[in-house]
Design a protein around this ligand. Structure first.
Ligand SMILES: [Zn+2]
Length: 114
């Protein structure tokens, strides 16, 4: 689904219809689009809801809010489509030495010596 940005900047805004993207309803007279449309990648950064054929302006989001929204979106897609999200790199976690004594512990100390 595509429309011209409601702020008038002229950008074409594409809102894919899917269980994890947008859905729209048409009651015979007016459309409602859900959820809100945030044009964060455009200069205008306009954010609005289309409800019963009217544009309801919503506030600008901070970059953190946009990032959080995108993360939620990826997680929802992973659940919906059975993809596992890209694993996060684990940093700064020191491995615990094995509790086993003897040869394995010696091998561990040998492998982890600096
Ligand atoms: Zn715009």
């Amino acid at each position: 689904m595509a429309h011209l940005c409601c702020c008038g900047c002229g950008h074409e805004i594409v809102t894919p219809l899917s269980p994890t993207d947008w859905r729209f309803t048409y009651n015979g007279a007016a459309i409602t689009v859900h959820p809100s449309i945030g044009n964060w990648s455009h200069q205008c950064r306009s954010h609005y809801i289309i409800r019963n054929g009217r544009v309801v302006w919503a506030g600008d989001w901070t970059d953190e809010q946009v990032a959080a929204g995108r993360a939620r979106d990826r997680a929802a897609k992973a659940v919906q489509f059975g993809n596992t999200p890209t694993p996060l790199e684990v940093k700064g976690v020191d491995s615990e030495p094995p509790k086993t004594r003897g040869a394995i512990a010696r091998l561990w100390r040998w492998m982890t010596r600096r």
